[in-house]
Design a protein around this ligand. Structure first.
Ligand code: ATP
Ligand code: MG
Length: 761
């Protein structure tokens, strides 16, 4: 019989315990979500330390995010009962890579003080390289080159390693030439980009075996979490380091590989057994996180993927009263946010902490309706893994344009976008404008107007500045004359801002374009540009919820490794989830990665998983019916409750749920779409071909105007009138300023609110 180990080992199941106690030699833990992989790693480190097999500084532990590294440090401390000092090599690949590189910078031609370029600098440098070659940057944008070089770096390829022919994707076969030139420039500048960190490590280890040997001595034990998402460069790096003592333990789940688009390779899992013969492979099958319904739903869904290593999962946490996975639909994304908001408040009333609730979205633009709704409700939320919607760079840029149109004296806004997109109006010019504005005591836009009539500014700059000033004058003239959403779109088009992102080839550019579209959509709920900007000012003013009990909002990608009692999964519609980009891809790879993302989403939930889809999305002011995600059909009926509900507007029979025909979720209306919007329409067409469900006839496309009435556009209030606010309760209006009301609330005191947030009381 096994001897009872220390307390922390005794609390593990036999397979976990094996993974913890097999400290010598290579170990691969391959197991599904919530089976305790991360817990095994943490306990393993505690075990190594407690049994004095190594000092903290002799353990290399790789996590996927900095946050995960902090948590792991904390947990190890909890396990061994004292804080862990000296775990200097616990962090992300990047963090550890930089550290090694700084110590040996000179060996790879850098000074230890080398700088790490951010994406902006990287692009600027590539532009220079492209220009130096006399290539047209418009035709061959720097971003495209950046993406190409990154993909080589992810694969561990220096310029001379790139297989012949692969450079063809840029400037007629010049890719590799530019790669070389770019690397040379970096060296001159004593700089690295992110991709270089590991690449230079690889070079260092290969060219200086004595250095590698030093690390072989040092790293007695190596541990890697989320192993399924490592790219080739990371894999090679691990392999070189692990060749020393061969004490490497990797944990991962092929079903949770969701970074293929960034170069991650699930094959690294298969390679492991080949490169480390005799590796002990341990499978964990008991899930400690989720109820049987959640696990059953997730397992059934992921079984639709073909390229799997396959595994079984079971849970003992089977409470007969545990709720099934809930699927519900709403009229549109606003109603979705409203319904989820209600659900959250109801859970909160039952005593559930907001910290234990999360909303996981496929695309960041989806966050907007939740953020707006939660601000209205006064519900604390935090956005994880990125800025809040209105704080995103592209949203701030767009808002800056709108602000200058609405308030020409908004100097900060003007300065933000004067050279975005680039118009050749550099810092020197901006300084000149400021000096002039200050001495004349006028807004900077007016100063610009005056200066462009002199020869203070170089002719070329003057022309583009004049163009910009004229554009602002034109847009301002349209204020009130055309619909504000139309104006907003026009501004983004004519300023070249939208185009700037369309030209951008970086991975996040499509997401930014989606966010811009969502921004325009969000304006539909307001009467004017000014009213919208006032609302934004209030939203931005919200206190940070960092330390409070708060609902988490994040993308599915950043939810990896986390867990919550209740998880809301909105937007399960074809074209959104699975995402259109995956559907456009040939082959199954893209779709399978989307399905893994769905698996990651559901398995974050301990007790409750609630999936939503909206029956309609508003695109360019027109309502368009959507097609429920195919993933809904892939959920097992046994573990799923389809919630029949009536829309809060009454009268609508929401979204086809309850139609248990050939397809449980009525999805297709082959006749409805006359308005051409590439993504959604294509999704519908594609799905329509396969769907056998009944059609609705041709009435599903409804003019935005019609519906706007029922969504409650702003209406006039009178001084002294009694109103009701979701968060603050009843009160009387003491001041009206545009659509901003000052209300003396009976309980909450005097507050300033936007009138669309209150109802007549
Ligand atoms: P993911 O694949 O989502 O990253 P994971 O395999 O890393 O999941 P963990 O996060 O380590 O799983 O564990 C999931 C939950 O189960 C955690 O709350 C953890 O504390 C708990 N858990 C793991 N093992 C045990 C155990 N032996 N006894 C009790 N609880 C456990
Ligand atoms: Mg984990």
């Amino acid at each position: 019989a096994p001897v009872a180990g220390p307390d922390y080992v005794a609390r593990l199941n036999p397979e976990q315990r094996l993974a913890v106690e097999t400290t010598e030699g290579p170990v691969l833990v391959l197991a599904g979500a919530g089976t305790g992989k991360t817990r095994v790693l943490t306990t393993r480190i505690a075990h190594i330390l407690a049994s004095q097999k190594a000092w903290p500084s002799q353990i290399l532990a790789v996590t996927f995010t900095n946050k995960a590294a902090r948590e792991m440090r904390q947990r190890i401390g909890d396990l061994i009962g004292s804080s862990v000092e000296g775990m200097a090599w616990l962090g992300t690949f990047h963090a550890i890579g930089v550290k090694i590189l700084r110590r040996h910078a000179e060996l790879v031609g850098l000074k230890p003080s080398f700088t790490i370029l951010d994406t902006d600098d990287q692009i600027r440098l590539m532009k220079q390289v492209i220009q130096a070659e006399g290539i047209d940057e418009k035709r061959w944008p720097a971003k495209q080159l950046a993406a190409l070089i990154d993909s080589w770096k992810n694969r561990g390829l220096t310029p001379k390693d790139v297989p012949p022919g692969e450079g063809g994707a840029f400037a007629g076969g010049k890719g590799v030439k530019f790669y070389t030139a770019y690397q040379d420039r970096l060296k001159v500048l004593n700089a690295c980009d992110f991709g270089d960190l590991l690449l230079e490590n690889l070079r260092l280890f290969r060219e200086h075996p004595d250095v590698l040997k030093e690390y072989h001595e040092r790293f007695r034990y190596m541990l890697v979490d989320e192993y399924q998402d490592t790219n080739i460069a990371q894999y090679l790096w691990l392999r070189l380091l692990a060749q020393g003592r061969r004490n490497i333990c990797c944990v991962g789940d092929d079903d949770q590989s969701i970074y293929g688009w960034r170069g991650a390779e699930v094959d690294n899992i298969l390679r492991f057994e080949k490169d480390f013969p005799g590796a002990v492979v341990i499978r964990l099958e008991r899930n400690y996180r989720s109820t049987g319904h959640i696990l059953g739903a997730a397992s059934h869904l992921i079984a639709h993927n073909e390229g799997r290593l396959g595994k079984t999962l079971f849970t003992d946490a089977d409470d007969p009263d545990a709720p099934k996975v809930q699927v519900a639909s709403s009229w549109d994304s606003e109603e979705e946010a409203r319904a989820i908001g209600e659900e959250i408040e109801s859970l909160q009333r039952q005593g559930h902490a907001l910290n234990e609730m999360a909303i996981l979205v496929r695309a960041s633009f989806q966050m907007r309706s939740f953020e707006d709704r939660f601000v209205t409700l006064g519900l604390n939320y935090r956005v994880i893994g990125g800025p809040r919607f209105y704080e995103r760079a592209e949203i701030r840029d767009a808002l800056a344009y709108f602000r200058v149109v609405a308030q020409p004296a908004d100097d900060l806004a003007f300065e933000r976008i004067v050279n975005t997109p680039r118009r050749g109006i550099g810092e020197t010019t901006v300084r000149l404008l400021y000096d002039h504005a200050r001495s004349r005591q006028i807004p900077i836009l007016q100063a610009a107007d005056e200066l462009t009539q002199t020869s203070e500014i170089a002719a070329k700059t003057r022309t583009s500045l004049r163009e910009l000033i004229a554009s602002f004058a034109r847009w301002r003239n349209s204020l009130g004359a055309i619909k504000h959403t139309e104006l907003a779109e026009t501004i983004l088009e004519e300023s070249g801002y939208t185009e700037m992102w369309q030209q951008d080839r970086s991975a996040d550019a499509p997401g930014r374009l989606e966010n811009l579209k969502e921004l325009i959509r969000s304006m539909e709920g307001f009467e004017s540009l000014e009213a919208f900007l006032e609302h934004i000012a209030l939203v931005m003013d919200r206190d940070s919820a960092e330390n409070n009990d708060a609902v988490s909002i994040m993308t599915l990608h950043s939810a990896k490794g986390l867990e919550f009692e209740t998880v809301f999964l909105p937007g399960w519609e074809e074209g959104l989830f699975p995402h259109q980009r995956a559907l456009d891809e040939s082959g199954r790879a893209g779709l399978e990665e989307e399905r893994r993302l769905a698996y990651v989403g559901i398995t974050r939930a301990k007790k409750r998983a609630l999936i939503w889809f909206a029956s309609n999305r508003r695109i360019h002011g027109l309502w368009q019916s959507t097609v429920p995600s195919r993933f809904l059909d892939e959920l097992p009926e046994k573990h799923v409750d389809v919630v029949e509900q009536t829309s809060s507007y009454g009268g609508y029979n929401v979204g086809g749920i309850g139609n248990y025909g050939a397809s449980r979720f009525d999805r297709a209306d082959p006749f409805a779409n006359t308005y051409s919007t590439p993504g959604w329409q294509r999704a519908q067409k594609n799905r329509a071909e396969g769907a056998k469900s009944k059609s609705y006839g041709a009435s599903r496309l409804i003019e935005g105007e019609l519906i706007a009435k029922s969504t409650g556009s702003a209406s006039a209030y009178a001084l002294g009138e009694r109103v009701f606010h979701q968060k603050f309760g009843y009160g009387a209006i003491t001041e009206i300023e545009g659509n901003k009301l000052t209300v003396d609330f009976e309980k909450a005191g005097s507050k300033k609110v936007v009138d669309s947030f209150v109802t007549k009381g």
